[in-house]
Design a protein around this ligand. Structure first.
Ligand code: FPP
Length: 286
């Protein structure tokens, strides 16, 4: 018997290649993540293995960005956030590498706007943009303005980003808003209010975070927003990462059971039996 799931699953979005289509057919298109965040890591190691300078890894990383962004848009992921440049990168890496990354970003933005528009992608940023070089800030503003009318996927680049700085900025912003609006003695902070003052107020929290190159750390990335996210770590180094790897991460995400601290939906009295049956059934399906 053909189920609704089989029917939906058989329609592969246009633009996926053969291997991507194969993985996509195994997915449940009604349970795709709404927001995927990616910690792009391993550029330096990729270059080292090839006896190339570190910056060659960053340059190769742009191809991975392009492939990942296009595949995510083609399968209609509503939001994708890429950790491109942390506050720590800015402070701790040689000036020459930082300068190279800034140039690479500027060239990427200039070259990519037509493709972003073709794929209906809107570009946004998170991080302390005001500390970046002025010419880079101008290019960033130009690229987000040029894509502002797109209604498909929101691509957010984390640039000069630190989750702790974001929380500091959010608390400052809440106090300032209260001071201008009746005084801080009436300030009542709750989770909803903190979320509204984060850089990511335009986005749902990520439900999947991907980290490349095998490292098991969050590295000061979206610490508040990732509270309930599924974590997918792949040994693939970022420059080798492609849309296919993203789809594999989504397949893994769909095997997980998300409980948000509660019990399995099918486990009303919490004795665990129903949960075991459900996970056995989903094992059989995958
Ligand atoms: C981490 O690899 C990667 C970065 C610090 C930079 C990420 C930049 C890119 C992927 C290219 C440009 C991006 C855009 C959006 C145009 P690493 O250098 O820490 O690698 P390692 O841990 O192997 O040394």
């Amino acid at each position: 018997m053909t189920t609704l799931h089989d029917k939906v699953a058989s329609s592969v979005p246009t633009g996926l290649d053969r291997k991507e289509s194969e993985v996509y057919r195994r997915l449940d298109p009604t349970r795709l993540p709404k927001h995927i965040a990616i910690i792009m890591d391993g550029n330096g190691r990729w270059a080292k293995r090839r006896h190339m300078p570190r910056v060659a890894g960053h340059r190769a990383g742009v191809t991975a960005v392009r492939s990942t962004v296009e595949t995510a848009a083609r399968i209609h992921i509503p939001a994708l956030t890429l950790y491109a440049f942390s506050e720590e990168n800015w402070k701790k890496r040689p000036k020459s590498e930082v300068g190279f990354l800034m140039g690479l970003l500027s060239r990427y933005l200039k070259a990519e706007v037509p493709t972003l528009n073709e794929n209906n992608i809107r570009l946004e940023y998170i991080g302390r943009q005001q500390e970046l070089p002025e010419d880079v800030q101008e290019r960033m503003a130009w690229a987000s303005e040029a894509t502002a009318r797109n209604s498909g996927m929101v691509l957010t680049l984390a640039l000069n980003y630190s989750a702790r700085s974001e929380l500091v900025d959010a608390f400052r912003s809440m106090v300032n808003a209260a001071a201008q609006n009746g005084g801080i003695e009436h300030l009542q902070i709750d989770e909803e209010m903190v979320s509204r003052h984060l850089y990511t107020r335009h986005l749902p929290d990520p439900d999947l975070v991907v980290r490349t190159s095998g490292e098991m750390r969050l590295s000061n990335f979206l610490l508040w927003q990732l509270a309930y996210a599924e974590i997918y770590v792949t040994p693939t180094l970022w420059p080798d990462f492609r849309g296919l790897h993203l789809l594999e991460g989504i397949a893994e995400f769909q095997k997980r059971e998300r409980r948000y601290g509660g019990l399995n939906h099918h486990e009303p009295n919490g004795d665990g039996r129903a949960a075991i049956a459900i996970s056995a059934a989903s094992e059989a399906k995958s």
